[in-house]
Design a protein around this ligand. Sequence first.
Ligand SMILES: Nc1ncnc2c1ncn2[C@@H]1O[C@H](COP(=O)(O)OP(=O)(O)O)[C@@H](O)[C@H]1O
Ligand SMILES: [Mg+2]
Length: 243
Amino acid sequence: MALIQVRDLVKEFNGQTVLSNINLDLREGDVRVLMGASGSGKSTLLRCLNRLVEPTSGSIIFRGNEVLDPKVDVRELRKQIGFVFQQFALYSHLTVLDNVSLGLRKLHKMGKAEAKERALLELSHFDMTAHQSKYPSQLSGGQKQRVAIARALAMDPAVLVLDEPTSALDPVMSRDVADLINRLHGEGITMICVTHDLNLARNIADTVMFLDRGVIRADDRIDVLSKHADPEIKAFFGAEGSL
Ligand SMILES: Nc1ncnc2c1ncn2[C@@H]1O[C@H](COP(=O)(O)OP(=O)(O)O)[C@@H](O)[C@H]1O
Ligand SMILES: [Mg+2]
């Protein structure tokens, strides 16, 4: 059974339909990529998964339970479904170590020493141990994204959700994030990633879902999408036309 099953998901903002009848399955260990023009609803779809956005209707089943049930403990849900945002969303007034340990203390209710130990372990996996006492402003973009990913993974989530993890990074650092995602995939971490970066998409997944004005119009290999019969889809993935 899928780890997450999205069924007939609809989101309207002020009467405007932003997501219409989205269906999507995320299986354990999957890395799924979602692409689409700005404003097509990608971030909204990701945010529905852990109820940062409340869907208008539909169903999201996570580990057999309905996420949209009003009785669901949203804090518990957000422990399970970790987020990494484009702009890293690190606390600028906290050190690297404190950024990673804060959630462990607040959500996992760990004591200071335990949270520190767990945070340092996670930072060591991302070669960030030497930077533990720095503040975010003292890090490069790639390092900030490593800390953001370490922070999300320290919570031990079932799924890692990445919203444009490379769009604030230069190509070399983007490659670094792609390598990181592949390493995590090898470790069995389930991920769903929104990106505008075709190189990243090609590096981390075999297929891409294409979201167009709130509708998933295609779910296929990039080389197939770049030759798609639908001219809009073909144009979107056209940079791959030479493949
Ligand atoms: N909180 C909100 N209130 C009203 N409209 C919103 C809100 N969040 C997103 N939207 C609208 O929903 C549409 C999809 O936005 P978004 O999911 O951010 O797209 P994407 O991530 O694909 O660029 C856009 O038209 C956006 O203006
Ligand atoms: Mg977005």
